[in-house]
Write a new protein. Structure first.
Length: 385
């Protein structure tokens, strides 16, 4: 009696079962996967946030399919402060980047058409695609002193059913940014094939050095949808506010925005209090960003010092975001390693196959874990390897 699109394997995996058992026994867990910033010990300007949510105008309901003009102007100002010009009229507010993805997928794809998706990357895409009745075709990221797009493999993956290419900038979990030269090649491919770019930039602000980074927002060469939101930028996932910004050649961009506006009008999902508060919530980004980057840098330093001493694993280069990828000896599957590590050392990590790494020998750590917990977890982790 259920649809095929939700015919997923709902049985818990071995790692989640081991985690549940350890919690039920009240045994200590050093969670090196924690990614919810509100649970990682960061400070927030509580007074300013609560005051912004107490706007008397919340009593009035004046729906706008794209979102309130004041909120979209705040998003445009966020980009302007980073050197990118996006007209507020080209921005559509959503409750999450997941919803923004669903809007774009519906705009671009008929059932059974496909999008290209990077590999490795986070597993959310598979569920979003299933729900929208579309297919995903992976294209590889390759590592050679840093991560790059494999354009030969990417172009071979394009078929007559391909409607767009998803890029994550920087990628999660590899932390690799799209380089300017790569952006230009992507534009050339998409213009030639008549397909779109979908750019997930939720971690774009979190660069680890001063090297230039390029946003897809404002990319006018090919039809582009850039997604981001408060969850990462301001460390406020509970506020459920995100957006997509459309750019590209004017004619095709206007057609896309018109279709997106109808979809958004059908759902009218983003609530009034958060829209009214959005300028203030976006202003919180600088306060949160300073704390998050200090945490990431400190945890990376701890990790690198321990790696230099133990030499039992190596860290792959990371350019931005909140995650580190470790290359570990392949003595068992990554899942077996993660389960045994949790059961014997109380350290919880994600195995590489969660993110579609091409082979065994990878684990993924969050870098926003509270510093004391991260240091203890790494101290327990590396000798075990």
């Amino acid at each position: 009696m259920f649809s095929n699109r939700t015919n997923w394997n709902l049985a818990p995996n071995r790692l989640s079962e081991a985690l549940s058992q350890r919690r039920s026994r009240l045994q200590p867990i050093f969670d090196l996967t924690a990614s919810n910033p509100t649970e990682c010990g960061f400070q927030y300007d509580t007074e300013a946030i609560l005051r912004a949510l107490q706007n008397p105008e919340v009593i009035s309901y004046q729906p706008d399919p794209k979102g309130f003009a004041s909120a979209r102007s705040a998003v445009a100002e966020y980009y302007r402060n980073r050197g990118v010009e996006i007209p507020p009229g080209d921005i559509i507010l959503t409750t999450s980047t997941s919803e923004a993805y669903s809007f774009v997928f519906r705009t671009l794809c008929n059932p059974r058409e496909e999008l290209l998706v990077p590999s490795p990357s986070y597993p959310l895409f598979e569920y979003l695609a299933d729900i929208q009745d579309i297919a995903l075709s992976p294209y590889p990221l390759v590592y050679d002193h840093g991560w790059q797009l494999d354009f030969h493999a990417l172009q071979k993956s394009i078929t007559e059913r391909t409607r767009g290419i998803i890029v994550v900038n920087p990628n999660n979990p590899t932390g690799s940014y799209i380089k300017r030269a790569e952006l230009e090649i992507l534009n050339a491919i998409c213009m030639e094939r008549g397909i779109a770019i979908i750019a997930d930039e939720v971690f774009w602000d979190f660069a680890l050095d001063a090297s230039p980074t390029w946003s897809f927002a404002g990319n006018n060469n090919s039809l582009t949808f850039t997604l981001s939101g408060l969850s990462k930028i301001s460390g406020l996932p509970q506020m459920k506010a995100a957006w997509l910004a459309a750019s590209g050649p004017e004619r095709i961009k206007s057609q896309a925005i018109g279709r997106l506006e109808i979809i958004a009008d059908t759902f009218l999902s983003l609530n009034t209090p958060v829209q009214l508060a959005l300028p203030v919530l976006l202003d919180q980004s600088s306060f949160f960003h300073k704390q998050a980057m200090a945490r990431v840098q400190n945890n990376l330093a701890v990790l690198d010092r321990q790696l230099a001493l133990k030499k039992s694993a190596s860290r792959l280069r990371v350019e931005g975001g909140w995650y580190a990828v470790l290359r570990v000896p392949v003595t068992q599957s990554d899942e077996d390693l993660s389960v045994t590590l949790l059961e014997e050392k109380g350290v919880y990590v994600h195995p590489g196959h969660f993110y579609n790494f091409p082979s065994e020998g990878y684990i993924v750590l969050s870098l926003i874990v509270a510093e004391g917990e991260f240091a203890e977890g790494v101290t327990r982790l590396l000798p075990f390897l």
